[in-house]
Each structure stands twice: as structure tokens, then as C-alpha cells.
Design a protein around this ligand. Structure first.
Ligand SMILES: C[S@@+](CC[C@H](N)C(=O)[O-])C[C@H]1O[C@@H](n2cnc3c(N)ncnc32)[C@H](O)[C@@H]1O
Length: 449
């Protein structure tokens, strides 16, 4: 039978060739290989995410060990090496020799003999080193040291050092590498928090109420596909970080209102808004990606949220003449996504220093556009899943300066008291290292009447 290592190799190869969601690729693999047992299914996920999380550091090890110039290492071979070194250097539960032997087997099946020899020699040298590495000098070059040891791009660490200082940068980088607990949002149209916890515990799954939100549940140590559980299929829960759930609370829609969800994606927030509205009123979910909206439609159906309509459109080409005005508008803007590195570690290798600025230019345009849909006296919420100031406070400041008729409404007035630590001035801001949640930002304004 095919091994989880070989499947992980295929997923990582695919991701290297084309930007896609690791989760989707893993799920597709698991569907195709449905006879894989739970241990191997879990190992596949662990290998893919582990390699993506530690890619920078694994590449540094490869470059230290390689007898040929790093640039000359074939990308497919590099992926094989990352996969093996992750198991050897960063995973406890796989004997290092087994990792080398399995990788060499995989190399034999996919590479010409001289490359198999190269893989074999490099991995055996890694075993011989026994963790004696010449790390970049911490005192002299703290940015390089942190970048390598915590596996983040150097530019990212340098930017964080400038904006947050050394202690917070270190804590943030460490938190980004943690495996985030699974957070579920309870669908109060269908069930209650205690019923969800009971159902999960009944299956031997460790589940606890969130200390932050009454309708969220934290699940620990669960490595299987939640979408296979009846409670998911019956729409009792949605997987959603608590910080992301807080954005819908910041919108605080009421039953019967008209709400516009711009950049709705798969509808994590649209369905939450519909539940907060008790399925009364209307939500228009707009995204330029038709396939994401198709998923949103299925997601809303699963959760029994019947008030969401979908529209595939570029937000910048939409106007209130077509849609009418709304009581509340949420713009969950496209962003650099650095707040979600715990769940999407691949992002750090796809972004560049200029990206936060580049995104901020688009976000300003989208926010200007979003405001034109808000009726007088209505509410506008701007959200991102990043912590870089130019995409967060910078965009909010730009909007406030250009729209004197709008009043900022302090985020603290709309979030539960338990989330007081996530209020920064007028805004909502969560951080992985400070709050143990994904990094989100939210700002709210009311349009003058
Ligand atoms: C942060 S994600 C949205 C996440 C989603 N709101 C949720 O809660 O699951 C940003 C979304 O913006 C969409 N997008 C980016 N630029 C857009 C544009 N100009 N018009 C419409 N949608 C856009 C992307 O397709 C993506 O789904």
C-alpha cells in the first residue's frame, strides 16, 4: 500500500508547482486513498504541515550539508530532503534511520541513480552530525538567528524586530510554529455548546468550552478529519478560529437587517452573521471567486442558514445601483495573511517584504468602495487576518482621514468582556503570542445620518 510519506511528497510537490490550499490537497489524497488507517492519515497531515512550517530551517540544514551549490539542488530532491530532515531533526516519534531508509526508497522510485546517491549521502551526514550545527551567531545577528531557528523569512523577522522589538518578535515567531488547537463555532440554530461538547466527548474527543466565547468549543489532540463526523455533517459546528468569530460580533447584526459580506470567501463569517441574525433578514455574500461561493452555498445549506444570497463579482466593479444599500457592511479584506501562520504556514514562503504595502493599496480601494454600500446610520466593519500596521491601523487611519462623516465605534463596546485584552485603542486586534488566537484586526464605523 502507498505510504503516507509518498503521499506527503506528492502534496508538497504539487504545492511547489502551484499555489493551492494544503488542506484541500490532503483531503483529496485521503479521499483517493480511503483505506489508509487513521495513524497514516494523521502522519500525512503532520508531514505536510511540519515541512511547510519548518521549510526555512530545513533548507538551511540542507544548504549546510550539501556538497553541491544550494541553487543547483533540484526542487524535487529538495522536497525529498526536507521531508526526511523534518522527520530526523524535528519529529520525535520516527526513528531517524527509518526516515532515511524510507526516503531513499522514495528517491529510488522517483529520481535517477546519481540523485539517489546524493540524497543518501546528505541524509547520512545529517545523522552523523547529531545536532551539532553552526547556528548564525545570536548576539551578532539576532535577526538571522531567529529567522533560521524559528523558520521564518529574514525580511519578516527584520520587520517584526523593527515594529515589535526582540522579545515580542521571538514570542510571535515561536507562537506561529505552534500547532493551533481546533476551534469550533457552535451553530445555535441547531444545537448548544454543551450538546456539542457532549457529542465530542462521547466519541472520546477532548473538547472544552472556550474561555472567551459562549458559543465556541476548543478541541485538543484531534488529528482526524472533522468533516467526517456526523455533528459536522449535520451542521452543528463550523471550524473557525475564535478571533475570526469575533469579527462577526464586531458587526453585531440584528435579525431582519440587510447585511453585505464583501470578500466572503467560503462564508465562515457569512454563516456566522446569518446565525446571529437568527436566519431573519438578508445577507448578500460577494466574492470574485465563484468556486469559493459554491462552497459557501453548500456550507450555508449544511448549517441551515437560508438567508445568504451569493454574488460572484469583483467588489471594485460593483455598486449600490446594483445591490441597494445595507444596514451593515463587512469587508473581510484580502491581506498578507500573517495572522494565520499557525494554520497556513506556507504563506510565509509565498510573501515578500513589499506585500503588506501592496495589499494596503488594494485594501484602501476596497474600503472606499465598501463604504458606498452603507446606508445612512449604518455600520461598516473592516477586518484582516494580519498584524502588520500598514494593512490594519494604516488603512483604518486612511479611511478615517478621508471620511469625516463617519464615526469610529470602539471595538471594545461589541466584544465580550473576556476579550478586553484584544482591544487596542478603538480597534480589535488579536495576536497568536499574546492571546493564543490567530492574528486578526477589526475596525468599525457608523455612517453619519
Ligand atoms: C480574507 S479572505 C475572506 C475570508 C472569508 N470572509 C471568511 O470568513 O471565510 C479574502 C477573500 O477576498 C476575495 N477577493 C480578493 N479580491 C477581491 C475583489 N477585488 N473582489 C471580490 N473578492 C475579492 C478572495 O477571493 C478571498 O476569498
Amino acid at each position: 500500500m502507498i505510504s503516507s510519506r509518498s503521499l506527503a511528497y506528492q502534496v508538497l510537490l504539487h504545492l511547489n508547482r502551484k499555489v493551492s490550499h494544503p488542506d484541500r490537497l490532503i483531503r483529496a489524497m485521503l479521499e483517493r486513498h480511503s483505506r489508509l488507517d487513521e495513524r497514516d492519515r494523521a502522519l500525512l497531515t503532520e508531514l505536510v504541515y511540519g515541512v511547510l512550517r519548518w521549510q526555512g530551517r530545513l533548507d538551511w540544514h540542507i544548504d549546510q550539508l550539501s556538497k553541491i551549490k544550494p541553487k543547483k539542488i533540484d526542487p524535487e530532491v529538495r522536497i525529498l530532503l526536507r521531508l526526511a530532515l523534518y522527520q530526523i531533526l524535528l519529529l520525535d516519534r520516527i526513528p531517524p534511520h527509518a526516515a532515511v531508509n524510507e526516503t531513499v526508497k522514495l528517491a529510488k522510485a522517483t529520481q535517477p541513480p546519481h540523485l539517489v546517491g546524493f540524497v543518501n549521502a546528505l541524509l547520512r551526514e545529517a545523522l552523523r552530525r547529531e545536532n551539532a550545527w553552526n547556528w548564525p551567531p545570536e548576539e551578532k545577528d539576532p535577526a538571522a538567528f531567529l529567522a533560521v531557528t524559528t523558520s521564518h523569512p529574514l525580511w519578516f523577522v527584520q520587520k517584526c524586530l523593527k515594529e515589535l522589538g526582540p522579545e515580542e518578535t521571538r514570542a510571535l515567531c515561536l507562537a506561529n510554529n505552534a500547532i493551533a488547537p481546533m476551534a469550533l463555532r457552535v451553530n445555535t440554530l441547531r444545537t448548544s455548546t454543551s450538546e456539542v461538547i457532549q457529542a465530542l466527548r462521547g466519541r472520546g474527543i477532548e473538547a472544552d468550552p472556550s474561555p472567551l466565547l459562549p458559543h465556541a468549543v476548543r478541541v485538543s489532540g484531534f488529528r482526524q478529519d472533522i468533516s467526517r463526523l456526523p455533528l459536522f455533517q449535520e451542521g452543528w459546528v463550523q471550524v473557525q478560529d475564535e478571533a475570526s468569530q469575533l469579527v462577526s460580533l464586531l458587526v453585531s447584526p440584528r435579525p431582519g437587517e440587510r447585511v453585505l459580506d464583501l470578500c466572503s470567501g467560503f462564508g465562515g463569517k457569512s454563516t456566522h452573521l446569518g446565525i446571529l441574525m437568527k436566519n431573519e433578514g438578508e445577507i448578500l455574500a460577494v466574492d470574485q471567486s465563484a468556486w469559493k461561493l459554491e462552497e459557501l452555498r453548500r456550507n450555508a445549506e449544511r448549517q441551515g442558514v437560508g438567508i445568504v444570497k451569493i454574488l460572484a463579482n469583483d467588489v471594485l466593479e460593483l455598486n449600490p445601483g446594483k445591490t441597494g444599500e445595507f444596514d451593515r457592511v463587512l469587508l473581510d479584506a484580502p491581506c498578507s495573511g500573517f495572522g494565520a501562520l499557525r494554520r497556513k504556514p506556507d504563506i510565509k514562503w509565498r510573501r515578500h517584504l513589499k506585500d503588506p504595502y501592496r495589499f494596503s493599496q488594494l485594501q484602501k480601494k476596497l474600503l472606499d468602495q465598501a463604504s458606498s454600500f452603507v446606508k445612512k446610520g449604518g455600520v461598516l466593519v473592516y477586518a484582516t487576518c494580519t498584524f502588520f500596521a500598514e494593512e490594519d491601523e494604516g488603512v483604518a487611519g486612511y479611511f478615517a482621514d478621508g471620511h469625516p462623516g463617519w464615526n469610529v465605534e470602539p471595538a471594545g463596546n461589541f466584544l465580550p468582556e473576556s476579550c478586553g485584552a484584544m482591544v487596542e485603542g478603538d480597534f480589535f486586534k488579536s495576536w497568536p503570542h499574546r492571546h493564543g488566537l490567530d492574528g486578526f484586526f477589526g475596525a468599525r464605523w457608523r455612517r453619519g445620518g
